[in-house]
Design a protein around this ligand. Structure first.
Ligand code: NAP
Length: 530
């Protein structure tokens, strides 16, 4: 049966849920969600230790005053089960489920340029014709699973951290191997080490990490936030969506070595995941200043990890601190002092294949009962390119993006009219706080749709020229910071063969918002309406 509606929303994560709430005030819509439940990132990532790295009083919705007053977060940095509970609460409280089809992956999106309508097909056989698509598909939702040969012959259990089983795993007598040392592994590994007989960590690139300031949320802090929520939310939009940060006044070279040390020590103790990145005004723009912070963080690793050889292996030396997402942890480096944990370098001797009993690297074999792949995501583009998206004149999104993603303001791609992305490639993505920035983007898209409807247009597209202009803005911003000096999911270099360039806008959320709003105000400069 073919159905007709105004808008199809893809994804019932935090942005998708808000999009359902916001857009159905005016339009008919259907939201498709591949998972069996709502919450997106916080539905899928249920590995042990999964926890947000931004304070929950901030990392939460601001669109409804009663919701933000009523909801109680038990801890400063919420664990996955609390975030999933919150997503479910929001879905129930605002009666969103009636418009959401769970367990329904979207398979294809084809644009019919005669009627200016999208045809949406799901893996369950749904066929929906709609005018607009809102792709709230997530920046970090398509798992990256390296394709080492021999997976079928491995007799043990394999789990990707994004597809963790619901039932608790009994690991007590098991030899566990975890591949990867990004934010995910850094959270999961200390718990896996406690629960298993032995944990082997396969590390390609060591990570910078600082201790999480998680603790039970104190009532005074909560009360203070709740009294000032509207002002605080507005402030978040004028910063990066994170207010915990204390902004510096001095560059590193303006401080004596003693002052530098005192500032960095304070940053380390600050309990904010990003404080080291802003310890001095120029950490993210000046290599020399950045190196001061790197050396401080390496010093912490050497202090914590007792075996000097392991400590050195854990010290990042090949990229600036903050150039990849800075991790936060609960006892990650300390874990290497346990007798049942081994660190294996797979940079110099890469993993080559699965064997019947475990993994083979270029120089050794490892017997493992359980293999955990914490190997991250085909970020930013993966969620959409895994869907067959076809725009005007048969143009496939996957082909258009084969040398790297293009977009105007991270929200539209030329040749794909009426398709709006939330947290799309070349938007600030995870470099702004995802819930607050996502709410703003949904409101922005809702405003665009309202304008089109009010002015009687049936179609909006952007142009290749506008995409080039935005790419110049994105690359210009990236080149002024140290971000481009690391291989990471920000530039697709975490995945072999993926082309991309820098895919995240680091020019700051306020500028992003300002440029997007200005384009709309200037009679949709860079967009074509018909
Ligand atoms: P990630 O940062 O991309 O880390 C993946 C890890 O797997 C890296 O250590 C990577 O090594 C390794 N890897 C990938 N392919 C490999 C291969 N073929 N052989 C050996 N190692 C391989 O992914 P993630 O840890 O899932 O985190 C992704 C993002 O999600 C984070 O940056 C953050 O934005 C978000 N996140 C946030 C939280 C939080 O809020 N606390 C928690 C988890 C995730 P290389 O570094 O050499 O590529």
């Amino acid at each position: 049966m073919t159905e007709n509606t105004d808008i199809v929303i893809i994804g019932a994560g935090f942005s998708g849920l808000y999009a359902v709430h916001k857009l159905r005030e005016t339009y008919d819509l259907i939201c498709f969600e591949a998972g069996d439940g709502v919450g997106g990132t916080w539905y899928w990532n249920r590995y042990p230790g999964a926890r947000v790295d931004i304070e929950s009083v901030e990392y939460s919705y601001g669109f409804d005053e009663e919701l933000q007053q009523e909801w109680k977060w038990p801890e400063y940095f919420s664990a996955q089960p609390d975030l999933e509970r919150y997503a479910n609460h929001v879905a129930d409280r605002f009666d969103l489920r009636k418009d959401i089809r769970l367990s329904t992956a979207v398979k294809s999106l084809h644009f019919d340029q005669e009627s200016n309508r999208w045809h949406v097909h799901s893996a369950n056989g749904d066929h929906v014709i709609c005018k607009y698509i809102v792709a709230a598909t997530g920046a970090l939702s398509a798992p990256n699973m390296p394709d080492w040969p021999g997976r079928d012959k491995y007799q043990g259990e394999i789990y990707h951290t994004t597809q963790w089983p619901d039932e608790p795993l009994d690991l007590q007598d098991k030899r566990v191997g975890i591949i990867g040392t990004g934010s995910t592994s850094i959270q999961a590994s200390p718990i896996l080490a406690e629960r298993s007989k032995h944990l082997t960590v396969f590390q390609r690139t060591p990570a910078f990490s600082m201790p999480s300031g998680n603790r039970p949320l104190d009532e005074e802090h909560e009360r203070e936030w709740k009294e000032n929520y509207s002002e605080r939310r507005a402030q978040l939009l004028d910063t990066y969506g994170v207010s915990l940060i204390e902004y510096p006044t001095k560059a590193a070279q303006e401080c004596t070595p003693e002052e530098q040390k005192a500032i960095l020590e304070e940053g380390w103790q600050s309990k904010s995941a990003f404080q080291l990145m802003v310890a001095f005004t120029d950490v993210m723009t000046n290599r020399e200043s950045n190196e001061v912070v790197c050396e401080f963080a390496r010093g912490k690793i050497r202090e914590i990890v007792k075996d000097p050889e392991t400590a050195e292996k854990l010290c990042p030396t090949t990229y600036p601190i903050g150039a990849k997402r800075l991790c936060i942890d609960n006892g990650y480096f300390d874990m290497y002092n346990r007798d049942n944990v081994t660190l294996v370098d797979v940079k110099n001797a890469p993993i080559t294949e699965f064997t019947e009993t475990g993994l083979k690297t270029a120089n050794a074999e490892y017997d493992l009962d359980v293999i955990v792949t914490a190997t991250g995501f085909d970020a930013l583009t993966g969620a959409l390119t895994r869907i067959d998206v076809e725009g005007v004149d048969g143009l496939k999104l996957k082909e258009k993006w084969q040398d790297g993603p293009t977009s105007a303001f991270g929200f539209m791609v030329a040749g794909f009219p009426n398709l709006f992305m939330i947290h799309g490639p070349l938007s600030p993505g995870a470099l702004a706080q995802m819930i607050t920035a996502g709410e703003w983007q949904v409101d922005f898209v809702a405003g665009v749709i309202d304008d089109l409807e009010k002015d009687g247009y049936s179609r909006i597209d952007t142009t290749e020229e506008a995409e080039e202009g935005w790419a110049a803005e994105v690359n210009g911003a990236a080149s002024q910071t140290v971000h481009h000096l690391a291989e990471s999911w920000y530039n697709g270099k975490n995945i072999e063969g993926k082309k991309g360039g820098f895919m995240v806008y680091v020019g700051g959320f306020p500028r992003y918002r300002d440029l997007s709003e200005t384009a709309v105000r200037n009679d949709y400069e860079g967009f074509l309406r018909s």
